[in-house]
Design a protein around this ligand. Sequence first.
Ligand SMILES: NC(=O)c1ccc[n+]([C@@H]2O[C@H](COP(=O)([O-])OP(=O)(O)OC[C@H]3O[C@@H](n4cnc5c(N)ncnc54)[C@H](OP(=O)(O)O)[C@@H]3O)[C@@H](O)[C@H]2O)c1
Length: 312
Amino acid sequence: MATTPKTVVVTGATGAQGGGVVDALLLAGNKKVRAITRNASSQKAKDLAARGVEVVEADLNDTASLTKAFTGANELFLVTDFYGAGFSYDNELKQGTNAIDAAKEAGVDFVVFSYLEQPPKDVQDGLPRLEDGRTVAHFESKHDIGEYLAKSGLPFTLLITCMFYDNMITFTMYQKQTDGSYVFSNNLGNEPHGAHSVGTIGQTVAAVLEDPQKYNGKTIPVVGEQISQPEMAQIVSDVTGKNVKYHAMSDEQFASLPMPAAQDLTNMFAYYRKWNYYDQLRPLSERLVSGPTFKEWAEAHREVLKSKIESS
Ligand SMILES: NC(=O)c1ccc[n+]([C@@H]2O[C@H](COP(=O)([O-])OP(=O)(O)OC[C@H]3O[C@@H](n4cnc5c(N)ncnc54)[C@H](OP(=O)(O)O)[C@@H]3O)[C@@H](O)[C@H]2O)c1
């Protein structure tokens, strides 16, 4: 007898992580996908609907809207948005607890949360404190959401993500030099760190949801490879034909840039640099999905990478 496919409700479906999850679930083809957005009329939401995704409006700041939107779904992919939450620990924590409360109320059976770990005490002790006494606020909020989820009684899996390759298109600023080369800068330094595409998050979620009970209560790392910023610059140069170099800034230089949450991001990169958590805490062997490598990802995104660099 044919079984009814499960419905997976995906938050952030119009964004990077949730978009990767929708792609992977549609590719697997054995679940119904319901996308959450605040605006079902946006082009991204319409594009999802055109691919057969059920699009439902709800707001992570409004528990009642989430409960309504989650009702009838079996599984939830939850991603909270530190940036959209005004770079605020409290606001992001509230997004997460609202969604967990709503999932419980709506009778969702399983939650996969895009989590991050609180930096260990010895790392925190070596970092400047933010105004609220935290060090990497958007890791601490996700850590505390994870604790709330673990206490909720809902079966769950936590995914530990690291730096998205996709940032090389969305966030990286390439500065054109007088000799025609381009330079991008941050305080990550020259050593390898964990990185992956948002597609790897999606594939990992799909793998967990193939057998959720197997991964109940587990924390799964998401990582494509360990790679350094200079290596990424070289690969971007090779793939796009543009001469791209990396410049390692000091923590003080990066923290003084005029951008929101500059100290929080500086501390995050310092944490990666001083304590690459994929060496010390999360062996690569624990991951469910390997690759793509940064080179494979860059080759698949050659044209968009090139135009991003050229438009700098
Ligand atoms: N970039 C990295 O390397 C990296 C690495 C690890 C973790 N992260 C974390 O990734 C998170 C952001 O995820 P992302 O990059 O996938 O996001 P994104 O591409 O910026 O998209 C944001 C998504 O969140 C949804 N959203 C925002 N506020 C919402 C609200 N109040 N209610 C409902 N939906 C809301 C948006 O949907 P609509 O606009 O359609 O409503 C959109 O789909 C951040 O918390 C960040 O800390 C980033």
